[in-house]
Design a protein around this ligand. Structure first.
Ligand code: SIN
Ligand code: FE2
Length: 217
């Protein structure tokens, strides 16, 4: 019976690691729905393909991106913004799959943020060597909602700093199935991803896919 008791405790309390004030790392949180997530991501990409966007400064990003949800995050020579229309297809972004909304809400809850209802999900595709430099997620109108970030595929080194760009970031290894939630005192923390190491993931090959959920307004 002891085994059963410990099993149910493990199930009721997913592994949660506080990484900063208002920020938690949920190890393996989306592992149980990995294939549903990957299938849903493939359907999104079939409708609104990955593309490497250009920053206002004229640099092409190394990570390729797309979106789903009511609004998508885009960058071009005019700036960063959320837009209900995919400029590539001139059609609305693919709808956010119920599985996505549900896991984002449950993950946020684990981080202490009740009632998270994302209206945007940025889908990032990393190939070996690509990186995301330190930045804040600050194009949203309301910072009371957290950011929920899901890792699939190849492992990555996630950099999580403070509220100043100069704060030395801490490094966390994120693997397939991990989720990071940050809000509250960490909502505007600088973060990024170190250049992706090469490798082969059984489900996604030489890629890392990241889903980042936001409430934009
Ligand atoms: C992001 O900051 O938008 C993505 C972070 C990640 O890929 O883990
Ligand atoms: Fe970000």
């Amino acid at each position: 019976m002891t085994g059963d008791l410990f099993d149910s405790v493990a199930e009721a309390q997913p592994q949660r690691e506080a990484i900063a004030d208002g920020a938690v790392l949920l190890r393996g949180f989306v592992k149980p729905m990995e294939s549903g997530l990957i299938d849903a991501a493939r359907a999104i990409v079939a409708q609104s393909p990955f593309r490497r966007m250009t920053t206002p400064g004229g640099h092409q990003m190394s990570v390729a991106m797309t979106n789903c949800g009511e609004r998508g995050w885009i960058t071009d020579h005019t700036g960063y913004r959320y837009d209900p229309v995919d400029p590539r297809t001139a059609a609305p972004w693919p709808a956010m799959p119920p599985l996505f909304c549900d896991l984002a809400r449950r993950a946020a809850e684990q981080g202490g943020f009740e009632g998270f209802a994302p209206d945007a999900c940025l889908v990032n595709c990393y190939e070996p060597g690509t990186r995301l430099s330190l930045h804040q997620d600050k194009d949203e109108l309301d910072y009371s909602a957290p950011i929920v970030s899901v890792s699939l595929g190849l492992p990555a080194t996630f950099l999580f700093g403070g509220l100043a760009r100069s704060d030395k970031p801490r490094r966390f290894r994120l693997v397939h199935g991990d989720v990071v939630v940050w809000g509250g005192a960490s909502r505007l923390a600088y973060h990024g991803v170190a250049p992706l190491a090469d490798g082969e993931h059984p489900l996604l090959g030489r890629k890392r896919i990241n889903l980042t959920f936001r409430r934009t307004r």
